[in-house]
Design a protein around this ligand. Structure first.
Ligand code: NAD
Ligand code: UD1
Length: 359
């Protein structure tokens, strides 16, 4: 029987909230949970998910719940028949993960373990896991296919993704009931076209696109370019930037495949297949938005790699998915979100229509 109800962990976060839009539009019922460690919200609900309801005209059942609190998580599974889980909830800051490794291992690994244990107890064996291109480490060849070796990672955050992938392989080898897709995202950027939802972390952020937008808004004086001596066309680092709404539709495609096939476990790259340098991205951003981004050249950032982009062929073949949005769309949509919401989401919630019970 096709899935009906999907639990989205980390649903108030950046990628989670965009994915909920696509899930609702595809006809799924969505239960979302978040503990607000990196998203705006409180026991009343999440402004991001309220806006998702505004965009879609559909309801999201929301729970303030920490995956480390097993009883609260179990309560959600007791209350709802959950067919499938999309697991976004994790800590994701590379620098912080190096300073506080135990916090990262506890949150990301224990959160995953609790979720798997409770899913199994409730006969829910369908899972989509948010992995990352970071599992590949320094690329041995480009573009990167899913068969590229994984595991030689230099940071704790990346290792939590790799360890979870290994854990999931062990689980699916031991128990045939599981049906799991790990999606290895390349560099998610952009925002929903409405400008109503976007990226608004509560923790400090260091990624290129949000930082560049803060500079363009005048909130930060200058964009520091980390290294202009890489072996790339213009010397700056190259990445595969992918629109967050393309990423969201990749999750719906993953659910379609889980619905139709027993895979046990399979990993897919979600990227565009195009490498873009820092200078190129800044150039497109300035052209599309008309804003100026002053640059300052500095040395390489520790732990950065030179260049990485995906081979998205497997996702095209088996998920019947490919990225549609251009770099121009990514910049224009991110900028719309930033200019419409220069201070991010409102910190005070409207009376909540997110109707789950908070934990
Ligand atoms: P995000 O921080 O915006 O979203 C994650 C959400 O999970 C946050 O709202 C946070 O409050 C919540 N959360 C964290 N720990 C939790 C816990 N123990 N219990 C309940 N909620 C918890 O991050 P995002 O960019 O939306 O990323 C989503 C997922 O995708 C993460 O797993 C991340 O590692 C992965 N990913 C992100 C990127 C990226 O660049 N954004 C790239 C590759 C992979
Ligand atoms: C970072 C994480 C990676 C994670 C990915 C997506 C690090 C070391 N790696 O990767 O684990 O999977 O985000 O979330 O943090 N840049 C600048 N100036 C800035 C910011 C970035 O020049 O102020 C450059 C970087 O050197 C890089 C590119 O922009 O070449 C992209 O950087 P970023 O957005 O931080 O993503 P990644 O480094 O790919």
């Amino acid at each position: 029987m096709p899935f009906k109800t999907v639990l989205v962990t980390g649903g108030a976060g950046y990628i989670g909230s965009h994915c909920v839009v696509e899930l609702l539009e595809a006809g799924y019922e969505v239960i979302a949970l978040d503990n607000f460690v990196n998203a705006v919200g409180n026991a009343e609900g999440s402004p991001a998910l309220q806006r998702v309801e505004q965009i879609t005209g559909k309801k999201v059942t929301f729970y303030q719940c920490d995956l480390l609190h097993k009883e609260a998580l179990e309560d959600i599974f007791d209350k709802h028949t959950i067919d499938c889980v999309i697991h976004f909830a994790a800590l994701k800051a590379v620098g912080e993960s190096m300073q506080q490794p135990l916090m990262y291992y506890q949150n990301n690994l224990l959160g995953m373990l609790n979720l798997l244990e409770i899913m199994r107890r409730h006969n829910c064996f369908q899972l989509v896991f948010s992995s990352s291109c970071t599992v590949y480490g320094e690329p041995e060849s480009l573009p990167i296919t899913e068969t590229h070796p994984t595991g030689t990672i230099t940071n704790v955050y990346g290792r939590t993704k790799y360890f979870i992938e290994e854990m999931l392989k062990d689980l699916s080898a031991a128990d045939n009931a599981w049906n799991i897709i790990a999606l290895r995202y390349f560099n998610p950027v952009g925002a929903h076209q409405s400008g109503l939802i976007g990226e608004d972390p509560t923790k400090e952020f260091t990624n290129l696109m949000p930082f560049m937008a803060q500079v363009a808004l005048g909130k930060k004086p200058v964009l520091t370019v980390f290294g202009d001596d890489y072996a790339t066309e213009d010397g700056t680092g190259v990445r595969d930037y992918i629109h967050v709404m393309d990423l969201a539709s990749g999750h719906v495609a993953a659910l379609n495949l889980l619905n139709s096939k027993h895979l046990r476990i399979k990993a897919f790259n979600l990227g565009t297949g195009k490498g873009v340098s820092v200078r190129q991205l800044v150039g497109v951003f300035e052209r599309v938005t008309g804003a100026k981004v002053p640059l300052k050249m500095e040395g390489r950032r520790i732990g950065d790699i030179c260049a990485m982009w995906a081979d998205p062929g497997l996702a095209k073949e088996e998920l019947n998915w490919s990225a549609k949005f251009t770099l121009e769309d990514m910049c224009a949509d991110f900028w719309r979100w930033q200019t419409m919401n220069p201070d991010g989401y409102p910190k005070k919630l409207k009376h909540s229509s997110c109707n789950g019970h908070s934990k």
